[in-house]
Design a protein around this ligand. Structure first.
Ligand code: SAH
Length: 357
């Protein structure tokens, strides 16, 4: 018997739902009943206002699965919530909700694992298992909102995975989460972080979405960067900063730079000076002044790697050098330090605790 794989209900945009309803002999307006309820986390079986016949058609045509809370850790210090979500096939990803005065921000994962190979990162250790679908990307936001009983108003794509390595699903997710009939989070409230896939950054700028782009730079020159981030061998610092400049010129959206400080690798005053020089040279000229902001993040020590955090002194000195060259730098406040809130580590713990066959 031939089995046709069913489509995933949560991955459907409103217009796709409308098209399906029409093809299934149902009224188009039903989409506007279905879509908001789906995005609140209800399964079609729970939507009694649809009627039994439509519920059955939905069951026949689609799979519906919301990421399930496998583990949940709540920080006693600042209320940060970390979820380990399990997906329909048993794979797990992590999401973190951070509580700020201006609202809740969720950090979501974009892939199961990652193939970018950054040396300091826990998410990449087992490689990439698979991409997340747009419904699974969205599902993390829905499931967290449902569990918390609170609105999430901001999204950062800084969890497990490289979002631009899962380009089409991520773009569809952005449209889904932005849709006013669903969760309705504005593009300006969404940040996407990348290790620097230049070809995809160039593609993204053509979409002209007012999201915030965040670049994981972590080093000021090719030698230092290639030693910790293999992607740099394909797209070097110059090419990456050229893409950033073009992105800003096209979209007018500021770009923020992430810089993880690792003791003895990239945290010297000389590294800071080089960073300031290269950012100023590549992104600022007489005619254009791109606002530059660098987030300094003392590396989270991962048990499988030998990298150590920079000392407080080294971090402050690094920030001072940048500021002295006109570059705004902030040291990232560490949220959820009691629950190991940085991504990748909870999933690793789970994998390591399971018997391997
Ligand atoms: N792949 C994307 C997004 C995921 S990682 C990217 O590279 O941007 C989110 C951020 O956490 C990145 O800036 C990444 O470099 C950083 N990061 C990864 N492991 C870390 C660690 N052990 N300590 C501090 N930051 C880390």
């Amino acid at each position: 018997m031939e089995t046709v794989s069913k489509r995933e209900l949560l991955s459907l945009e409103l217009f796709e739902l409308e098209e399906w309803l029409l093809s299934a002999g149902e009224a188009k307006y039903r989409a506007k009943q279905l879509f908001p309820q789906l995005h609140k986390g209800l399964s079609p079986d729970e939507m009694t206002n649809l009627g039994k016949r439509l519920q059955q058609k939905l069951r026949d045509a689609f799979v519906w699965h919301l990421p399930a809370v496998e583990r949940k850790l709540v920080s006693k210090i600042d209320g940060t919530v970390k979820y380990l979500f399990s997906l329909a096939d048993g794979n797990c990803v992590e999401s973190v909700v951070m509580r700020y005065e201006h609202g809740n921000t969720i950090c979501i994962s974009s892939q199961v694992g990652c193939r970018m190979g950054c040396k300091f990162c826990a998410s990449t250790i087992g490689g990439r298992v698979r991409d997340l679908s747009s419904g699974e990307l969205l599902g993390q936001v829905i499931a967290a909102q449902k569990d918390l009983g609170e609105r999430i108003s901001n999204i950062v794509m800084m969890g497990i995975g490289e979002p631009l390595d899962n380009y089409d699903n991520v773009l569809k997710f952005l449209r889904l989460v932005n849709c006013e009939d669903g969760i309705n989070i504005g593009y300006r409230h969404i940040s996407l972080s990348t290790c620097g896939l230049v070809d995809k950054i160039e593609r993204l700028m053509e979409e002209n979405l007012p999201i915030t782009l965040s670049i994981s730079l972590h080093a000021p020159d090719d030698e230092t960067r290639s030693a910790i981030m293999p992607i740099n061998k394909k797209y070097g610092v110059d090419a990456l900063l050229d893409a950033c400049r073009a992105y800003f010129a096209k979209t007018g959206r500021r770009i923020s730079f992430e810089y993880t400080l690792i003791a003895g690798k990239n945290d010297s005053a000389e590294n800071a000076l080089k960073l300031a020089r290269v950012l100023n040279a590549k992104l600022r000229s007489r005619t254009e002044t791109m606002p530059i902001h660098v987030n300094l993040i003392p590396v989270n020590e991962v048990s499988e790697t030998e990298f150590k955090r920079s000392s407080k002194d080294a971090v402050l000195k690094f920030a001072k050098v940048l500021e002295s060259k006109g570059i705004r730098a902030t040291v990232r406040r560490k949220l959820g330090s009691d629950i190991n809130a940085s991504c990748g580590q909870l999933r690793r713990e789970k994998i390591l605790s399971e018997p391997s066959f």
